[in-house]
Design a protein around this ligand. Structure first.
Ligand code: FAD
Length: 307
């Protein structure tokens, strides 16, 4: 792919480095005023240089706007730049580049995306993944790293189902078929005073993506339902975030209690829930009655996962 990097690609790049993302930022706004400090700027320069871009710190610091950076990156683009425009339709084959044990029960699987299929994926978007003996594709949240032409998926390894078993044994070089990216529902539109985010264990990657996309000044409460303390993960964000970890098994009681306790007593809110269907239906029923939410609640459900 030889097309120059586009606005979607740059947006994804900055979302990956700047907690909070840049939703709503105009092309001529000063990025240095929006949380891109000198350390982050240096990280970006290193990242882009190692991906083959001919850009430098001084040049980027002199023109710290989306429009300015896009122009500099286009001018210094390497011959093969992954962009969202490269995304073809239908399933495509790719390869596992790395496997990292992220937590005792979660593996980070890095896939080749030099074709740029997922470069412009929005925060929380997912892909359909099929590999090995899996009888059907499964959805997993995708984290694109457009500059390096890679994507990460964090998958819970377990004995219960085909995706979990595959993740438990996957090795570098394995062949995978992917489809997507598929968008997920937006958070309910504001204005709101707070955002409540609730996710079970397999939905932790989606939760991290939602949290990272919040902006400085947003007030948010995340309820992360995980099997035990070893599965708790830090979630970088520019927002004012309070995180509650709930160690839960099949009993929905502790989760319901934690969510009830996490809901602020004042102000208008919105909520996002993601996880196993029965638990999310029960939570949705609890939240539906809250005047503070007034129906501003989206739910992503799936079947099968017990935690
Ligand atoms: C939009 C979306 C994004 C998702 N993103 C991710 C992601 O980033 N990472 C991720 O890991 N999952 C993610 N999931 C969930 C993932 O697709 C399901 O967990 C998946 O269906 C599990 O597939 P499986 O083949 O292993 O088990 P399934 O065939 O779905 O279930 C079979 C049985 O396996 C057992 N089981 C299922 N999940 C678990 C578990 N987590 N722990 C223990 N036992 C289990 C249960 O007994 C279940 O009845 C996402 C789902 C959706 C809808």
């Amino acid at each position: 792919m030889t097309a120059p990097p586009g606005p979607g690609w740059l947006h994804t790049e900055l979302t990956a480095v700047v907690p909070g993302g840049l939703d709503g930022v105009g092309p001529d706004e000063d990025l240095l005023d929006l949380g891109i400090d000198s350390v982050r700027l240096m990280l970006l320069v290193e990242r882009w240089q190692s991906a083959g871009f001919d850009v430098d710190l001084l040049g980027l610091a002199e023109r710290p706007t989306l429009a300015g950076w896009l122009e500099l990156l286009r001018a210094g683009a390497p011959a093969a730049v992954p962009t969202a425009a490269a995304a073809p339709g239908g399933p495509s084959a790719t390869t596992v580049l790395r496997v990292e044990q992220l937590t005792p029960r979660t593996v980070r699987i890095t896939l080749d995306d030099r074709a740029g299929r997922f470069a412009g994926a929005r925060p929380g978007a997912y892909l359909m993944l099929r590999a090995g003996p899996m009888p059907a594709a499964r959805p997993v949240t995708v984290h694109p790293h457009a500059a390096s032409g890679e994507i990460d998926v964090d998958v819970v390894a377990h004995d219960g189902g085909p995706l979990g078993r595959w993740a438990a044994g996957v090795r570098r070089g394995a062949a995978v078929v992917v489809d997507g990216p598929h968008d997920v529902p937006d958070l309910p539109a504001g204005p709101v005073d707070w955002t409540l985010l609730v996710a079970d264990h397999p939905a932790q990657p989606a939760l991290a993506a939602r949290v990272a996309a919040l902006r400085a000044g947003d007030r948010a409460i995340a309820v992360a339902v995980v099997p035990d303390a070893a599965e708790e993960q830090l979630m970088p964000t520019a927002a004012d975030l309070g995180t509650v970890f709930v160690h839960a098994a099949a009993d929905p009681g502790p989760v319901l209690a934690a969510v009830r306790a996490a809901v602020p007593g004042t102000g208008r809110g919105r909520a996002w829930l993601a996880g196993e269907r029965h638990r999310m239906d029960a939570l949705g029923a609890v939240l539906a009655g809250l005047p503070a939410l007034a129906g501003r609640c989206v739910v992503e459900r799936y079947g099968g996962a017990p935690v």
